[in-house]
Each structure stands twice: as C-alpha cells, then as structure tokens.
Write a protein that binds this ligand. Structure first.
Ligand SMILES: [Zn+2]
Length: 84
C-alpha cells in the first residue's frame, strides 16, 4: 500500500495517507477542510513489505542481478588487400 503525502494549501498541514492506487485522492484537509494537494517527493510513495527486493535474503540466488556486459572490442576493419 503506497503512502501518499498531502499538504494543505490553506493551513499548511502536512500528512500522509495510505491509499490504494484505485482510491480517490483526498481533497479536504482533515484539520481545516481546506484544499489539499498531493506532494510528490522521493519519499512520498513508499512500498513496504511487498517483497519488491528479495535479493538480500535470496542467498546464492543472483537471478535478479544483471550480469555486466562484457566489453566487446569492435572487430578490426578489413583492410583492402594491397594489389600493387
Ligand atoms: Zn488545512
């Protein structure tokens, strides 16, 4: 369940609300019933406990790790044969 952060534009009250994606956004400040707006920040939406990242406890499993691309040097351009 993501956490949405809201800030009231009327009184400046900031609060977080757990909402599903399908839930409607809040529009009224719980403090003053004023208009609120969503605050989008790096920590505004947090996914908790949904097991997005299991690599830490997956032991030897490294299936989620993308192997580094091996540097492949470009093939040498074929030189035109000297016909002289
Ligand atoms: Zn308010």
């Amino acid at each position: 369940m993501p956490t949405y952060q809201y800030a009231c534009s009327a009184c400046g009250h900031e609060f977080e609300v757990f909402q599903a994606f399908s839930d409607d956004s809040l529009t009224a400040c719980p403090e003053c019933k004023g208009e609120v707006r969503k605050v989008y920040s790096a920590v505004g939406v947090v996914f908790k406990g949904s097991g997005f990242y299991k690599t830490d406890s997956a032991g030897k499993s490294s299936s989620a790790v993308i192997p580094p691309a091996a540097p492949t040097p470009p093939p040498p351009a074929p030189k035109p044969a000297a016909t002289e």
